[in-house]
Design a protein around this ligand. Structure first.
Ligand SMILES: Nc1ncnc2c1ncn2[C@@H]1O[C@H](COP(=O)(O)OP(=O)(O)OP(=O)(O)O)[C@@H](O)[C@H]1O
Ligand SMILES: [Mg+2]
Length: 566
């Protein structure tokens, strides 16, 4: 991520204008000082001269106002655009990163790139462009003007700077620590409330209310205590700085009197000098805050860069329209984490238009098998072929076109039901949409909603039940109408009757396609053409229900145990 040429030109412009503004800011007291000199002494006032100078000064102040306003506005624009760009890049990346990326990066951190890191970066950039340079210019130019007046007085002003800076930054640092602590406690408070809301039933059912309130009170008490301290110190910064400033004016006044007596300094020049000294020391109060902001922006920027540096997946390979008839695995090994093999030496060949059931205990690798078939993850060794073509040589798009999938967790996004169903085929007609919804068994339900297909799906709330969500995702998969249909416990959240109905639909649809479906309820796999029995990452048995039952192996045990318990 670099600045674009235009942004660099913009930043340069801001810097140049900041310089001019700083110059004007320091120049104005010089004129005001000469106005003072025209007023000194009773009855000795050159009114028209004073008026001219004051008018001119007014012009300078207006120019200063316009310039600083423009720089602020422009710097903000640059910062916001820069971050907007970064957010887009991040979004682009997140969409193209392999799933293994999401497995290994805490999602909270990724989200914070978009929110807090982005905001910190905007603030820091803004401060850097609009405040830091201008502060440095103001200091240098006023220093130059002060030196023009008197070197000794200037040295005294410079000597006051560290005193002022150290006191204010010491207080600020301490209160910053407290503010941070307060912020993190505020986060904890929010987290606590959210967790309590999410787990409300759990809390109620296990009589945990008292404990929950106690936990809350503990965080809340600390939050308030830290808050009070932070406010106290925070309120101390300004008065302290002001006192030190005032002391320094007194000192300058004293010294000025001495200098003017011995070296003939006019009252006007002394007035100007005091103004210079004020202008000179002001940025020092702000530097530490600005530098802190710029530093935290830098930290955010580095974090984002680190994420952006993760190699993305290019959708390389051959584009091909597959029929999706034969699926085969040849000696496939796979591990999510190197050194922890999940699937080992798996080989199988699925004839065209088969209905394939994948069964096995929890953690056996059923979903994993699907993950690698869909190429959500790349295999470590071995080959997966569709219609004899090695899938690793194809683009993801080609693969996406040949398979459509319904997962264990119904995956919906915020939007209307219509948008969700038409996701893979945005230009589908409503008639098609209703057709697949009827097939998936959710049409009646959707019709019963106030807004029908225009009902918004709100991810935060549970306005739609899990089973209903699952049926909507099934409708979406049917909509895509891909040659291979994959269902990973797609009916795990619906009632037995609905499941039966959906199975009926599948039976029809599956007659014309190859389908893989993972099922826990073995009653639903009995009529499959092939049943793949998985156990600890290995394909331990395969065959029809009849064959497997006759074999009296692991499948038999599984089936009988379910049968017994029914
Ligand atoms: N993203 C992942 N990263 C690391 N390990 C994973 C990941 N996903 C699954 N695993 C591990 O791989 C193994 C197989 O998991 P998988 O999800 O394939 O099981 P499953 O047969 O689908 O189980 P279930 O019936 O509970 O859905 C498990 O030990 C699991 O912990
Ligand atoms: Mg699974």
């Amino acid at each position: 991520m670099k600045f674009t040429r235009r942004q660099l030109v913009g930043i340069t412009l801001c810097i140049v204008l900041s310089f001019i503004a700083a110059y004007i800011l320091v120049l104005t007291p010089k004129y005001l000082g000469s106005a003072v000199d025209l007023m000194v002494g009773k009855g000795n006032v050159d009114l028209s001269g004073v008026r001219k100078i004051l008018l001119f000064s007014l012009g300078l102040y207006s120019a200063y106002f316009l310039l600083t306003w423009f720089v602020s506005w422009f710097a903000n624009q640059i910062a916001v655009r820069f971050v907007k760009n970064i957010r887009s890049q991040l979004e682009y990346r997140l969409n193209r990163n392999p799933l293994s990326f999401l497995d290994t990066h805490p999602h909270g951190n990724l989200l914070s790139h978009f929110s807090i890191d982005g905001e910190l970066l905007i603030d820091g950039l803004f401060q850097l462009i609009s405040q830091l340079f201008s502060g440095v210019f103001v200091v240098l130019i006023s220093l130059y003007f002060m030196l023009q007046v008197n070197v000794r007085m200037t040295l005294m002003v410079i000597a006051m700077v560290p005193v002022m800076y150290l006191t204010s930054s010491a207080i600020a640092k301490r209160s910053l620590v407290l503010y941070r602590r307060q912020q993190s406690l505020a986060g904890q408070l929010g987290g606590h409330v959210q967790e309590a809301m999410n787990n409300h039933q759990l809390i109620l059912s296990s009589n945990y209310q008292k404990e929950s309130v106690k936990d809350f009170e503990a965080i809340h008490a600390e939050y308030n205590e830290v808050g009070e301290k932070a406010q106290f110190l925070g309120a101390l910064v300004n008065p302290t700085v002001r006192v030190i400033n005032n002391i320094s004016y007194v000192l300058i006044g004293l010294m000025g009197a001495y200098v003017s007596k011995n070296y003939g300094l006019t009252v006007g020049t002394l007035t100007s000098f005091i103004s210079y000294s004020i202008i000179f020391s002001k940025p020092f109060n702000e530097f530490s805050a600005i530098v802190a902001q710029v530093m935290s922006a830098k930290a955010s920027y580095d974090r984002i860069l680190e994420t952006l540096a993760y190699p993305i997946e290019e959708d390389r390979g051959e584009k091909m329209t597959l029929k999706g008839e034969v699926v085969s695995f040849e000696h496939v090994d796979f591990s999510y984490v190197k050194g922890h093999p999940i699937i080992q030496d798996l080989s199988l060949e699925i004839p065209p238009l088969s209905k394939v059931a994948i069964v096995g205990p929890t953690g056996a690798g059923k979903s994993t098998l699907i993950n690698i078939l869909m190429r959500f993850y790349d295999v470590d060794s071995g080959i997966i072929k569709i219609d004899g073509v090695d899938t690793s040589t194809l683009t993801k798009e080609s693969l996406g076109n040949v398979m459509s999938i319904v997962l264990q967790d119904p995956w919906l996004f915020e939007g209307t039901i219509r948008q969700n169903i038409k996701y893979g085929k945005p230009h589908a007609t409503d008639a098609e949409m209703i057709e697949v919804s009827i097939q998936a068994g959710c049409h009646d339900y959707i019709q019963s909603l106030d807004k029908g297909y225009d009902t918004k799906i709100d991810l935060g709330s549970q306005n739609i039940s899990l089973g209903q969500k699952q049926m909507i995702t099934i409708a979406r998969a049917l909509m895509v109408d891909a040659p291979i249909l994959i269902l990973d416990e797609a009916t795990s959240n619906v009632d037995v009757l609905t499941e039966y109905k959906i199975q009926e639909v599948f039976r029809k649809i599956m007659a014309q396609r190859t389908s893989f479906f993972v099922a826990h309820r073995l009653a639903t796999v009995v009529d499959s053409d092939v049943i793949l029995v998985m156990r600890e990452g290995k394909l331990v048995e395969q065959g029809t229900h009849k064959e497997l039952m006759a074999h009296k192996g692991f499948y038999h045990t599984l089936f009988m145990s379910q049968f017994d318990s029914v």
